[in-house]
Design a protein around this ligand. Sequence first.
Ligand SMILES: [Zn+2]
Ligand SMILES: [Zn+2]
Length: 321
Amino acid sequence: MVCKVCQAKAQVELRSRGFALCREHYLDWFVKETERGIRRHRMLKPGEKVLVAVSGGKDSLALWDVLHRLGYEAVGLHIHLGIGEYSQRSLEVTRAFAEERGLELWVVDLKEAYGFGVPELAGLSGRVACSACGLSKRYLLNQVAVEEGFRAVATGHNLDDEAAVLFGNLLNPQEDALARQGPVLPERPGLAARVKPFYRFSEREVLSYTLLRGIRYLHEECPNAKGAKSLLYKEALNLVEKEMPGAKLRFLEGFLEKIQPRLKAEGEVALKECARCGYPTTGETCSFCRMWEAVYRRAKKRRLLPEEAQFRPRAEPQRAR
Ligand SMILES: [Zn+2]
Ligand SMILES: [Zn+2]
């Protein structure tokens, strides 16, 4: 295999796209392809400041790198989830990345801000760990974005992630979840826009970029991810992809372009302000505040918190260093 551009020995074969590239031209192609996706879907304005959710994994660090190279004012937000050594190493890797490049990194420490990390939340919230964690991340990302004046939040979700979510939503059909999924969720009052500039790249393509760029990332997966449904869905889709290159992208794009527009006909649900925190919710109190109120109730019963402890909905992000 040779590079499509320069005929040198290829480093990355893109079977689903029908070409191969050498290191230099792969790095160029990847950055330009990200920019094309951002333009096509009007994810960001040129040079706009954007809050990048960075876990320390290959996808989010590559995203931070690419957005910075493309001239966006990319500020990183790391949420320290308190999942033992895994979270500790996630923070270290993310901090090292930011320091080497002189990028601004903010950190919200879940345990410091609210008293409990994900492992304790799993026992106290009535939710499984991944559900409590996902809810916390979504809420805190948005809160920091809104309070610090960011129009948009970017996350490193790739094609495998998005196709797996779609596959899961089709296996357990819920029309509102299907209607909501997409590479761009526009901003609304109290809600920053959510964009996924990597949604057309396979996990392998992002990893190739990360490796060829020499980015140091945390290889280990979250210990809670073992046995997650999303891994099963990815495996099934990759089985098909292996025999039918391009299947994952056709699946996701076909859904977004042809099927989803017909689901959206019902219009957006009205959002109210949460009685506790003021952030958007469909109910009276948002799920984040409801979760923490339940956690505080249970923690007091188990004497993990003093009777007078009160859940306060605001977390202040700390500048790293
Ligand atoms: Zn080349
Ligand atoms: Zn709330």
